[in-house]
Design a protein around this ligand. Sequence first.
Ligand code: ATP
Ligand code: MG
Length: 394
Amino acid sequence: MKKIILIKYAELNTKKANIGMFLKQLKMNLLNRLKKYEITLNFDKGRMFLETKEEDFSSVLEIVRHTFGIHEIVVGYEISDTRIETITNSLIQLLSSLSFKTFKIETKRSDKSYALKSLEISKALGGIVLKNKTNTKVDVHNPELTIYVEVRQKFAYIYTEVYKGIGGYPVGTLGKGLLMLSGGIDSPVAGYLTMKRGVKLEAIYFESPPHTSEEAKNKVLSLSKILSEYGSEIKVHIISFTKIQEEIYKNIPHEYLITIMRRMMYRIAAKIAYHSRCKILVNGESIGQVASQTLSSMSVINEVVKIPVIRPVACFDKLEIIDIAKKIRTYETSILPYEDCCTIFVPEHPIINPELEKCLEYEKLIPYEDLIKEAVLNETIITTHKKNEFEELL
Ligand code: ATP
Ligand code: MG
């Protein structure tokens, strides 16, 4: 008997024409994330089978459970042939390590030529359990333990542990997006949700030294490191926003500070996205959360770019976003108290319904095209890799 992790990817099965590409990426992502372990990974219609050393088993399982594109994970045993005697012996061997009072057996045959029908196999094996494990009872409705048996062409499988995967698509199958990553709670969650849809991320961070600190930047890098745990390394484009922000602050009526500042951020992000072959911008805007996220504000701000802007948390309440942030382990870092470039130049009364004509008029007061060019030219890029110990996160 060989202990294995069986990986199911149900949603991918609907991608008929592209299934090969999706599976190749999933395999690559798994191999990449499990680099430091000795593993073998095999395909068989609709599933993957992963083997590893007993001492690495639980760490490998945790990584598989946090890989996008996987719908269900089952831990079980591969039995060397499909004869009912061999299956029975393996089951008896397994029973000694299991403790339960009630159980049921569920059998599936993918080999339809097999001599026994599924129900007959379940009955026979159920009898074996009752005989070998005294004080147990069959309960088909609410069993403490379900023993799944699967008879395939060459091998049979018995498994008792079933885990839900995190779903989505393998990161990298749907192209690349540029995440506007601040040190807040919302944008890392937006990034995570986008990666879940198979999008590989690069990130852009606007800093305003000396008004913002090294710590604020490091916080963003830490967040991108955590995000990289769910996919692959993340390239972070760091843009110095000081000059633009100071020009805006000096020359533009303060109720429009945030609106114009965000229009500048979008313009720069679109340029970086274009050069990095990112097809979308992603950000953590949530409808109504602050003055710059009313529908009028969003529309006036969005007006400066053609690239699609995806806002995964647009319709979530803050509490819902916080819940996800806690689950994905970005929350603790996000709440570290370092200032962001948006928070230091906040006017007392930011406009809630900005007008496009006014934005255009005010923007004439600053040489923003030159400033943007300079900011883009002077970007620094830091690539954050996932931490070696994924387990630290769990
Ligand atoms: P977060 O949304 O990350 O929790 P926040 O709510 O303070 O932080 P806002 O000022 O509401 O952020 O900005 C909305 C979105 O704009 C952010 O979610 C983020 O995607 C983007 N953004 C804001 N500030 C920056 C920055 N300094 N660098 C990059 N992107 C930023
Ligand atoms: Mg926000």
